[in-house]
Design a protein around this ligand. Structure first.
Ligand code: BT5
Length: 307
């Protein structure tokens, strides 16, 4: 967040503060302070003014400044009411040399899943893409998908919803999909140039506005404060991307894929067996009965146990 705005918000949050006091502290004119206050009001912040000065009394439910307010990560947020795809926008930003930017939208008109599948993104969801530049080889890219899945599952579980991760990129509640992750990257074999991790979480969205087999936080729990949930996702993701060795153990704790029968379709083959483990940076090990095979990517189906 822009520094002046952040200082003003911090001051307003701590109690009434007068315009002249803010102007002096920030070394700007009183008119400039007033302009900043108006801009914050336009962004949905409720700022009361009395003889004692200005005071922050309520935050907007969602938006870039709202999510940045009190967020302890290096991410800058670019917010849209509506956009075609936050991943597409984050890719543009990342290609322009900027990193640690989050593109966030209330609605997407052309949200995408893997293999260019459609991703339903009505207003009320949490649709976000994080552009980062990790200094790692391209083969490590999947660990960021797993970090995002862990961050999202943890944020949902904080609400008391029993979310679990299905390998590789789905977050489920009772078998229904509540969130999905799409990671895209560019780079050479030995180094990633940029990576965009897209997270789609069905938050304040009615299940009837989603494809069959999906669920939402609204359906499982009721409407939530998207600002808080988004902040939790970003804080958890930031912690994990800063310590990638923590990702696989955290993922194992949250998954419903391990120790069950699965069918995985890759572009080339179909593998059925018992999922026994995942390995850094995210391959699934499947015991087929004849062999233990390692699959790096694919669509996974949870099967019923054989009698
Ligand atoms: C995914 O793909 O699960 C990745 C979804 C990533 C979406 C985010 S939103 C922010 C960012 N911007 C984007 O444009 N994308 C990312 P995949 O595993 O391929 O699953 C896609 C399938 O999930 C579809 O074919 C549908 O069957 C189903 N689906 C579509 N919309 C859904 C929704 N909102 N909730 C649950 N399932 C959905």
């Amino acid at each position: 967040m822009q520094e002046t705005r952040e200082t003003i918000l911090d001051n307003l949050g701590d109690g009434p503060v007068t315009g002249p006091a803010l102007a002096e502290q920030l070394d700007i004119s009183r008119a400039a302070v007033w302009k900043q206050i108006e801009a914050l009001r336009d962004a949905g912040f409720t700022i009361a003014s009395s003889d004692d000065g200005y005071e922050l009394t309520d935050l907007p439910e969602f938006g870039g400044l709202a999510v940045e307010y009190g967020l302890d990560t290096p991410f800058e947020i670019e917010y849209h009411e509506s956009i075609e795809s936050t991943n597409a926008r984050a890719r543009e930003i990342a290609a322009g040399d900027t990193a640690d930017v989050v593109v966030l939208s209330d609605e997407q008109t052309g949200g995408r899943g893997r293999l260019d599948r459609e991703w339903a993104s009505p207003s009320g969801g949490i649709w976000l893409s994080i552009a980062i530049r990790p200094d790692v080889p391209a083969t490590h890219a999947p660990i960021y998908t797993f970090a995002a899945a862990v961050a999202t599952a943890r944020a949902i579980r904080q609400l008391g919803i029993d979310a679990s991760i299905k390998w590789p990129n789905d977050v489920l509640v009772d078998g229904a999909k509540i969130a999905g992750i799409l990671t895209e990257m560019e780079g050479e074999a030995d180094r990633i140039s940029w990576l965009v991790v897209g997270i789609g979480l069905n938050a304040n969205v009615a299940a009837s506005d989603l494809p069959a087999g999906s669920t939402s936080i609204q359906a499982e729990y009721g409407s939530i404060d998207r600002r808080q949930v988004t902040q939790t996702i970003l804080v958890e993701f930031h912690a994990l991307r800063s310590n990638v060795d923590d990702v696989v153990p955290a993922w194992r704790e949250l998954t419903s894929t391990l120790d069950r029968r699965v069918r995985v379709r890759t572009g080339r083959e179909e593998i059925t067996g018992r999922a026994v483990d995942i390995e850094f940076p995210g391959s699934l090990k499947i015991d087929t009965g004849q062999d233990v095979v390692s699959v790096a990517a694919g669509d996974c189906e949870h099967l019923r146990p054989v009698e």
